[in-house]
Design a protein around this ligand. Structure first.
Ligand SMILES: [Zn+2]
Length: 480
């Protein structure tokens, strides 16, 4: 592990490795360093005061039987499974739990390893697939050692190993940054099914490069790897267990039919290459930055391939999972995202609502591409993203974000009709200063209204033919 000294007053380094794994020794330039354990934390003491900004490296020797996954990927660790031919099918997953469940590292999201080398030794006949590009395979004593090199910054939980009776095939995608190497790693018996289903990978890349900009890891290639659990956004080796069918294990999450037009795991997990792996939260409280934008990527995939109506119906359809029980943002500094699904489907509907307010799809697309450029290979906070969006759109979004991300209640628009007069306001439980404009249709003519918390009025041409644009995620209540 290489490191740079940012504070020369400190002679101690924290490395995390979770019980029951253990570190045996740590060496620097051939000299063994003193280590002490405090639960899942190891303290490494350096004999001399380090030089500010100097760079050095330590070797960490570790061992143990890592925690077995209970319900991968949510309650992760190692999945020791068998495939349907009764051959070993092994995979890691560790989002939330932390990568230190199976390897020693600085287990915090704010700092990513700049690059990585992963070596895994397996019985000959089995194959290991990890992130980045396969650099070398060594055979010895009936074993094979696979070494992969990752050239881009990578978040800890993105690192993975997958072992199975794999076969693979390749293709080259001509993308925005030139030729992108794609490889598919699947169980031999599933090859034909995979070749059919994975035709959606180039379709996914085409849609997401259009909306988000170039795939962020050309140097490391793109891999889709079959695993014995549902799937996970492992960087440059996205894992797949959706049984070669469309939807989420065959189900349409939106209830509109559109969710059966794509393979949820290919689209969602690969969407995370932009929002999770390229732009990464510093703190799990901000997990919506990963999940809301990626849930919205499902709608954007439909938008690109099936049109705007499909995309709108899909994202609105997913509102049925919204709970509104708590804020989308979780708790800072304690590795705690918000509970429940709202960071997925409420979040995607908030982004969709913002898109309506912007009312310019070209600009909205440039915003998504701008985010991926501005925060390329970075770790970020919600406030940095809010500031960027406000600056880019020139819209007063402070209260909008507070209302939707830091409160649980959905804004309610109260309105009354008196003849052709429409009276309207945002209800008392909206935050002060919440004044998102709304699009309405009067006899199919588009019109904007500008509600605030005090009553306002507008004269309609035909009040008996009024419709509020359903793409804004609000409640409407007609008062008598
Ligand atoms: Zn996700």
């Amino acid at each position: 592990m290489s490191y740079k000294v940012l504070d020369d007053a400190v002679r101690r380094m924290q490395i995390d490795l979770q019980i029951p794994m253990q570190i045996d020794s740590v060496l620097q330039n051939g000299t063994e360093l003193k280590i002490s354990r405090e639960g899942n934390v190891y303290w490494i003491d350096f004999p001399n005061k380090p030089m500010l900004n100097s760079e050095n490296a330590i070797e960490i020797y570790f061992q143990g039987h890592p925690k077995e996954a209970v319900r991968a990927p949510w309650d992760g660790g190692f999945s020791w499974k068998k495939d349907d031919l009764n051959l070993p099918f092994v995979a890691t997953s560790c989002q939330g739990l932390g990568a230190s469940v199976w390897w020693p590292n600085k287990d915090h999201m704010y700092d990513e390893a700049e690059s990585l080398s992963i070596s895994v030794t397996v019985p000959e006949g089995l194959i290991n697939v990890s992130n980045g590009r396969l650099n070398n395979v060594e055979y010895f004593d009936g074993k094979a050692k696979y070494t992969y090199e990752v050239k881009n910054p990578i978040n800890n939980y993105g690192v993975n190993i997958n072992i199975g009776n794999y076969t693979s095939y390749q293709e080259v995608y001509q993308g925005e940054n030139g030729p992108l190497d794609i490889s598919y790693h699947v169980l031999k018996q599933d090859l034909e099914k995979a070749k059919q289903q994975f035709k959606q990978v180039p379709m996914m890349l085409e849609a997401f490069e259009y909306w988000f900009g170039p795939y962020p890891f050309y140097e490391d290639s793109f891999k889709l790897v079959q695993v014995p659990y549902l799937g996970m956004e492992h960087q440059s080796s996205v894992t797949y267990g959706n049984q070669f069918q469309n939807g989420y294990l065959g189900r349409d999450l939106s209830g509109t039919g559109w969710g059966l037009e794509f393979d949820f795991i290919i689209v969602h997990e690969a969407g995370h290459e932009w929002f999770a792996n390229n732009i990464t939260y510093k703190d799990a409280a901000d997990m919506w930055l990963h999940e809301s934008f990626t849930a919205y990527s499902e709608s954007l995939y439909l938008d690109y391939h099936f049109g705007k109506k499909a995309a709108q119906e899909y994202v609105r359809g997913t509102r049925r999972y919204i709970e509104n029980k708590g804020a989308i943002i979780g708790w800072y500094d304690v590795n705690q995202p918000s509970k429940g699904n709202d960071k997925y489907y409420k979040g995607s509907n908030v982004i969709h609502t913002l898109r309506q307010w912007i009312d310019d799809d070209k600009k909205f697309r440039m915003l998504l591409r701008g985010l991926n450029k501005e925060f390329y290979h970075s770790t970020v906070t919600t406030s940095e993203i809010e500031d960027y969006i406000a600056e880019f759109t020139k819209l007063p979004l402070e209260v909008f974000f507070n209302q939707y991300l830091r409160q649980s209640n959905v804004p309610t628009l109260e309105y009354k009709l008196e003849g052709n007069e429409l009276h309207f306001r945002y209800a008392d439980d909206c935050l002060d200063g919440f004044k998102m404009p709304l699009k309405i249709y009067v006899a199919e003519q588009t019109q904007w209204i500008f509600p605030e918390k005090s009553w306002k009025s507008v004269t309609l041409t035909q009040a008996n033919d009024l419709e509020f644009d359903p793409n804004f995620y609000i409640n409407t209540v007609q008062l008598n």
